[in-house]
Every structure is written in structure tokens, then in C-alpha cells.
Design a protein around this ligand. Sequence first.
Ligand SMILES: [Mg+2]
Length: 204
Amino acid sequence: MKVFIDYDTTLVNLIDPWVAWINKKYNVTISSNDINRWYFLGEVFGREADDFWRSKKYNHYTNKEILQPFEGAVEFFQTIQNMFGVESTFIVSSTRDHHKEEKIEHAKHFFDIDATQFIPVNKEKYHITKDGILIDDYPLHVMEHVKYNNQKGIVFNLDNRFGWCRRCNYSMDKTLKDFTHVVEDEKFSIATSYEKILKELDYA
Ligand SMILES: [Mg+2]
């Protein structure tokens, strides 16, 4: 069995530097708890709110101070590799072409991966994750994976502080509207720590 793990806000803390950038740029005081749907920041502040990770102007993957792994992420990734094998452990990450090279270097630096373990995607992830488990903070990616691939999918919501991952907020996210039934599927789950993911994968 393969394991596909998302990068941004699953292994690497993209959200807190992004929110800090938003707070400064727009002179507000929001937190990741307030982001109750995937497109919240773009809808509330406008398209430029996504520049932090989207624009060619910023390439934060070159900066190993700003974007760092969450605490425990490196050990978690190593544990997954030990459980499933290096050859079956992949990072699958929505990636802009203009960030691709630096993002792969970033992942190699922190997670000591082979470049073949990093799969950059620019379309739906479920096309890539047919034969494995997907772990991702974006509920839509997990829901599509469970629905179309009939494989296990885990939404990662570290310490339950990502508003967009919370089941009670799913009705506010119109990208999820065709997948409401998936939350009842036994292959769908939400984990609030790396330890809980490992338990989900039957590892004590
Ligand atoms: Mg993510």
C-alpha cells in the first residue's frame, strides 16, 4: 500500500506565516480557527490574499526560516516510511510551476526524500492517489479520493485549529457540496495529530 501525504499545512506550516502575512497586510487579527472554508481568505480579502503562496513575486520555499515543518512532522514522515517503505511513501503537493524546483529542494532538505518521492500536481489529486492512502488538510482532496478511488483518506487538522477542516464547517464550503455523504464513509476520517494518523493506520 502506498501513502500519499500532502505538503503545505500537512507536513509544513504554511498557514501560520500566511495568516501573519495577511494580518500585517490588511491590518486584521484573524487566526487559522477563523478560516472556516477553503477559499475564505481570497473571498474576504480578495485575490491578492493568495499571493503569499501563489505569486511569482514570493517564493517562500527558498526560505527555510519562514516555512518549516510542524513539530513532529519529520519524525512522522520517517515513521510512515518505516511502516510502508520509502518506495511507497510520497509527498503529493499542489504546486505552481514557478515554485516547483525550490519546493522539491525544500522537501529534500527537511524530509531527506528522494526527488522521485515528491509528486507535484496541478489538477485533482485523486488521479494520482488511486492506489494508496491520502493524508491532506484540504477536505475536498480527501473526499474526492475516498469517493472516486474507494481508498482510505484522512483529513489532517493539527490540534483542531484549522477551521476549514472541521466537519461542522463543511456546509460553508461550496467546494464540498457534492461530497456531503462522504463524511459518513468508513474510509473517511479526520485526525488532529500525527499520533492519531498513525493510530488510524493501525500502528500503536
Ligand atoms: Mg495542504
